[in-house]
Design a protein around this ligand. Structure first.
Ligand code: NAD
Length: 496
């Protein structure tokens, strides 16, 4: 059986401790992944430390050229990488290609490094004195990433970290680890020197070793909120800079003046795409006033129309969940919702796909009359379950969104500019869509939620990514003139 190895200093490195990697569509174990510990992390950090010496001295042009070549390889291998992701995650190949494209956009942003890294210069701030600033890389930085976007989420991080002159150690999810190693091979072919990008596979022991390693300057984390809090606390206690993105419960608010067919179409795609395993998935639809009954009727029709099947079968809308445990958790949550008083309009439990009876499939579930006290509302289910909550007015809907502990994404469906303006100004959420259900920002903006969806204060990529992976220096310069002496004084220096 294939063993997925670490990638350290430009070569695969295996180990004896391994875990199974499943094909979620068949339920079969298809590979083993090595589980790294302190020694593997230390080897990767040492390789990255050595590589930093030369990589941080490489010119902007050299670094940009690597990014252009890497981008081209991502284009050429999109289908192949998409199939690798689909086979371990379960999402459809087209959906996987979509995440590669969105990740590639961050590489495109990094290709413009020469422009975004420009510092500023102030001439003659005092007589004969000029000031300029510039930014320098931190050193070795680490990324710890979730299973649900095995290519895109790491791509939010490493192109910017590497382009700005850092070296990188990635600890991807142990559930779908192959994409990370594949990307390491592409970087090598793009001309990236060995040791600049390293992959250590594993679970908590590998994470803990990274959080405590004195050679790691900064940690980027994306995953569930409890682990984001743990990573933030632990890594900051070790003196590291940390960005930690957490879980979500994203509300789509539908006003009665919205085009309900359009809203339901987009909410359905946003709720059930990737089997709901997206941090920006729509998990709650807030139906305002008399939009509710009509909306539920259309959502039901659309949920029943979804084709569930293996991710590599043409025509599949939605694949299986990532693990057997995830399917059990989601199906139990539907049962609990029914027991707590929700109406199960569409019940996805117990779905069997012919020829894939052991796969981790569950069908789309639609729950109506969900209230904020129910578990189905309070918990991040991370599966194909859409809960409908009813509200009397836009203001009540906004209060509901704001009372939720998460604040990742939200959307409003309306024909009213005034309502949209009120919504985007009052809502306590980081990423907002107006008639756009999954408002993932482009790579030249930054991605990040509020409240429990982002621990600390650093969103990823775009301008915030540049700031996170670099630190500023401000230089004050005087070239003394022989014909006009400036005398030193004991008072604190001020400008003249
Ligand atoms: P997870 O928190 O279980 O795992 C994330 C990473 O942390 C993995 O690399 C994992 O190996 C590691 N990890 C897990 N348990 C750990 C522990 N006890 N100690 C140290 N490290 C540990 O998340 P997941 O199930 O892989 O991904 C789904 C979650 O990620 C969802 O909550 C989803 O909302 C969130 N997510 C958020 C965003 C965002 O941008 N906010 C994006 C994608 C996913």
């Amino acid at each position: 059986m294939n063993t997925i190895a670490h990638w350290i200093n430009g070569s695969p490195v295996t180990g004896t401790d391994t875990a199974p990697v499943f094909n979620p569509a068949t339920g079969a174990e298809q590979a083993r992944v090595v589980l790294g510990g302190t020694a593997d992390v230390d080897a990767a950090v040492q390789a990255a430390t050595a590589a930093f010496e030369t990589w941080s001295e490489s010119s902007l042009t050299q670094r940009t050229q690597v990014m252009f070549a890497f981008r081209q390889l991502l284009v050429e291998h999109e289908e192949e990488l998409g199939r690798i992701i689909s086979a371990e995650h379960g999402k459809t190949v087209d959906d996987a290609r979509g995440e590669i494209v969105r990740g590639r956009e961050v590489v495109e942003f990094a290709c413009g490094l020469g422009d975004v890294l420009k510092g500023s210069f102030s001439d003659q701030v005092s007589r004969g004195v000029d000031v300029h600033d510039f930014r320098q890389p931190l050193g070795v930085v680490a990324g710890i990433t979730p299973f649900n976007f095995p290519a895109m989420v790491p791509l939010w991080m490493h192109p910017i970290a590497i382009a700005t002159g850092n070296t990188f150690v990635l600890k991807p999810s142990e559930r779908d680890p192959s994409a990370a190693t594949f990307v390491a091979g592409l970087y090598r072919r793009a001309g990236l020197p060995d040791g600049v990008f390293n992959v250590v596979h594993g679970a908590k022991p590998a994470v803990d070793a990274l959080l405590a390693h004195p050679g790691v300057e900064a940690v980027s984390f994306v995953g569930s909120t409890p682990i984001a809090k743990y990573v933030h606390e632990t890594a900051t206690a070790h003196g590291k800079r940390v960005q930690a993105l957490g879980g979500a419960k994203n509300h789509a608010v539908v006003l009665p003046d919205a085009d309900l067919e359009y809203a339901a179409d987009h909410i359905t795609a946003g709720a059930y795409g990737s089997a709901g395993e997206r941090c920006m998935a729509v998990s709650v639809a807030v139906a305002v006033g008399d939009a509710a009954d009509a909306l539920v009727e259309i959502l039901e029709r659309k949920a029943r129309d979804i084709t569930v099947g293996p991710g590599d079968r043409p025509g599949t809308d939605m694949g299986p969940l990532v693990t057997r445990a995830a399917r059990e958790r989601v199906e139990n949550a539907v049962g609990t919702a029914a027991a707590q008083g929700a109406t199960v309009v569409v019940d996805g439990r117990g779905l069997k796909i012919d020829g894939h009876e052991e796969g981790f499939f569950t069908g789309p579930s639609l729950l109506d009359r969900v209230t904020t006290e129910m578990d189905a509302y309070r918990e991040e289910l991370f599966g194909p379950v859409l809960a409908i909550v009813r509200a009397d007015s836009l203001d009540q809907a906004i209060d509901l969104v704001n009372a939720n502990p998460y604040g990742n994404g939200t959307a409003l469906f309306t024909a009213s500019g005034e309502a949209a303006r009120r919504f985007r100004r009052r809502v306590k959420v980081g990423m907002i869509g107006v008639n756009v259900p999954v408002p993932v920002p482009m790579s030249y903006y930054s991605f990040g939620g509020w409240k429990d969806s982002l621990i600390g204060d650093h969103p990823v990529h775009g301008p915030e990514g540049i700031r996170f992976y670099t630190r500023p220096k401000v230089v004050t310069t005087r070239w003394p003139q022989r014909d006009r002496q400036v005398t030193a004084g004991f008072d604190f220096p001020t400008s003249h």
